[in-house]
Design a protein around this ligand. Structure first.
Ligand code: NAD
Length: 453
């Protein structure tokens, strides 16, 4: 199959590389000429495990790069839209990028074409895309519009794409169903997993990727509801952690007890500084706006958002109580990315917390294994950038852990303690056991767990 993917960001580039990996011919399109040139020259614009390998394997063969939506559309059987759908000032999803792409696609529909929305969009966007395509002159009998929400997680995006928990396709014609089934056939039949060069192996990976076929509207709602539910799990466990903290109970023990119930499960039940990233904050807001438009008051989502905001405020208070006053203190901050494994800092709790610490008069020495270039672009010279965790810790009054990078859970604690002015750690990701840290000589503060001197 010939596939055009419009938008070469986290979702688009990973999707394009993975479509090529499972045997399709792909053109990855972006209107950012510098990005397209960089991709053509072999650069990899985002930090994502296995992406450099896949791009190197397929670049110039099954995978090409272009800046022309029209040319790619005219060539392809299926056109996937993967541009951003950021939050607008009123909380709704800003669909102007999707609309602009639909205008460009319309002018190039001369033969039979499947247009697929992969961006996260509010319910009924498929209908809106269909109307725009027709308004812009695309003959109605030549195209179908399908929904195919993407569930990949940054940090493990390639493996998530190739080994998904499920593939959801929202279709309302036989033509679109047939094409979508063909596109994902290497994964749903398990053929890809039999290849000797298939990426990923082990018990996590099923023999066939499950396919869920729905209407376009249901597929659109599945994506928003999934993200809202996951955000709700995080806010729920954070609320419980706050109660645990006030009575001296331990959120790790509570999580184990709750999560052992198979109806609940223990994933996405980690207490911390709250959720961030380019998806959960905007998708919860957008889903709330969708509900409002439908005349339903989805108050639960307001509470999810409020608990998340409160979690950051509580963390600042925790730092303040650990170091007494913030003005004039030098703090080491480990982590800028919104989660481990990515360089993405969009809506990162770490960046919001650093901003607040600076506003309250502290100096910050920041380290992140992948996100420093992006952090520099927003924080400028308001903070000092460190070359590693120990450099960040040097001479500081306290060290804060804000991103759950695996390497931050394996620090040489002796070296860290010697580098710091005072051995105080405030861990917003609960990466260490309090008893272990007390033995290592730290005043260790974490989320929802008893503090040991
Ligand atoms: P991104 O900002 O990383 O990438 C979007 C890309 O689209 C950019 O490279 C931009 O230059 C390009 N673009 C914008 N307008 C264009 C146009 N007219 N023509 C060609 N290219 C254009 O965004 P992302 O993180 O990949 O997210 C894309 C969508 O996928 C969003 O709706 C998001 O909610 C959804 N999503 C994201 C994730 C994630 O983890 N990032 C996961 C699932 C779903």
């Amino acid at each position: 199959m010939k596939i055009a993917v419009i938008g070469s960001g986290y979702v688009g580039l990973v999707s394009a590389a993975c479509f090529a990996e499972i045997g399709h011919e792909v053109i990855s399109v972006d209107n950012d000429h510098a990005k397209v040139n960089a991709l053509r020259n072999g650069e990899v614009p985002i930090h994502e495990q296995f992406l450099p390998e896949l791009l190197a394997k397929h670049r110039g063969k099954g995978l090409k790069f272009s800046t022309s939506v029209g040319d790619a559309t005219a060539w392809a059987d299926a056109v996937f839209i993967t541009v951003g759908t950021p939050q607008s000032a009123t909380g709704e999803a800003d669909l102007s990028y999707v609309e602009a792409v639909a205008h460009e696609i319309a002018t190039a529909i001369h033969g039979s074409k499947l247009v697929v929305e992969k961006s996260t969009v509010p319910v009924r966007t498929c209908e809106a895309i269909r109307k725009v395509l027709q308004l812009c002159g695309a003959p109605a009998d030549l195209f179908s519009v399908a929904s195919n929400p993407e569930f990949l997680r940054e940090g493990s995006a390639v493996l998530d794409f190739l080994h998904p928990d499920r593939i959801v396709i929202g279709v309302d014609t036989e033509f679109s169903r047939g094409l979508m089934e063909q596109i994902y056939w290497p994964l749903t039949s398990g053929e890809y997993y039999k290849r000797s060069d298939a990426l990923g192996a082990g018990p996590r990976f099923s023999e066939c990727a499950p396919l869920i076929v729905t209407s376009p509207k249901s597929a659109e709602l599945i994506k928003h509801a999934s993200n809202a539910f996951l955000a709700m799990k995080i806010s729920f466990i954070n609320a419980v952690a706050n109660i645990a903290e006030s009575v001296g109970a331990d959120i790790d023990e509570i999580r184990a007890g709750i999560g052992a119930d198979s109806r609940i499960g223990n994933r996405f039940l980690n207490a911390g500084v709250g959720y961030g990233g380019s998806c959960f904050p905007k998708d919860v807001q957008a889903f709330h706006a969708v509900a409002q438009e439908c005349g339903y008051r989805f108050g639960l989502l307001n509470e999810v958002i409020e608990i998340n905001a409160e979690q950051r405020r509580r963390f600042i208070l925790k730092v303040r109580s650990a170091v007494w006053t913030l003005r004039g203190k030098t703090l080491a901050v480990l982590g800028a990315a919104f989660k481990g494994g990515t360089d993405d800092i969009r809506e990162s709790p770490a960046i919001a917390i650093v901003d607040e610490l600076l506003a309250q008069g502290s100096s910050v020495r920041l380290f992140d294994p992948a996100a420093l270039p992006k952090a520099k672009a927003v924080l400028g010279d308001s903070v000092q950038y460190a070359s590693d965790a120990y450099d960040a810790a040097t001479g500081t009054d306290a060290l804060l852990i804000l991103t759950e990078w695996p390497e931050f859970a394996q620090l040489d604690l002796e070296r860290l303690r010697k580098a710091m002015k005072f051995p105080i750690i405030v861990d917003g990701r609960n990466l260490y056991r309090p008893s272990f840290m007390a033995k290592a000589g730290f005043a260790y503060h974490s989320i929802g767990r008893p503090e040991l001197a």
